[in-house]
Design a protein around this ligand. Structure first.
Ligand SMILES: Nc1ncnc2c1ncn2[C@@H]1O[C@H](COP(=O)(O)OP(=O)(O)OP(=O)(O)O)[C@@H](O)[C@H]1O
Ligand SMILES: [Mg+2]
Length: 137
């Protein structure tokens, strides 16, 4: 049975999660946390690119995301901190991740990116001007 927060082991692994729309800064923060030694970063977009699969292949993206998520839970159970870069803007996704982390006895670090739409556009444009999203990643 999952422990309540105050019962969790002091050496429990940490699952770092993000909630944010495209361009909100998830990858930027995840890379910083990774550099600071806060865990193994898991980014489905990067794996898909490395495998040479186009980002328009959403079916592949979903299957890879599910596979990497299972791997993330294995890492947590083995005591390894994980930084999961998924956007989690749907409540059900957040509920699932919180529930699974508890089942793995892991702590949760949750970052919310709540930015005005204009700022999101500015960030997306500054990332690569005039390139469509698919080619930009
Ligand atoms: N705190 C910040 N202040 C200003 N600009 C930022 C900040 N964080 C990220 N950016 C810039 O915003 C752009 C988008 O950031 P990033 O790629 O990290 O977003 P993302 O949430 O991972 O997007 P996506 O969901 O498309 O993968 C980048 O150009 C990045 O340099
Ligand atoms: Mg990103």
């Amino acid at each position: 049975m999952a422990h309540e927060p105050d019962e969790r082991r002091s050496d429990a692994a940490t699952l770092t999660l993000f909630c944010g729309l495209p361009g909100s800064g998830k990858t930027t923060l995840a890379r910083r946390l990774e550099r600071e030694g806060k865990g193994v970063r898991i980014c489905t977009d990067e794996w898909q690119a490395e495998l040479g699969v186009t980002f328009t292949d959403e079916d592949f993206h979903e299957r890879l995301q599910a596979l990497l998520y299972r791997h993330a839970l294995d890492l947590l159970r083995a005591g390894c901190d994980v930084i999961l870069e998924d956007g989690l803007w749907r409540a059900e996704e957040r509920t699932e991740k919180f529930r699974d982390a508890r089942r793995c006895d892991a702590r949760i670090e949750f970052h919310v990116f709540d930015l005005p739409q204009e700022e999101l556009w500015l960030r997306l444009e500054s990332r690569t001007p005039s390139a469509p999203r698919e080619r930009r990643r």
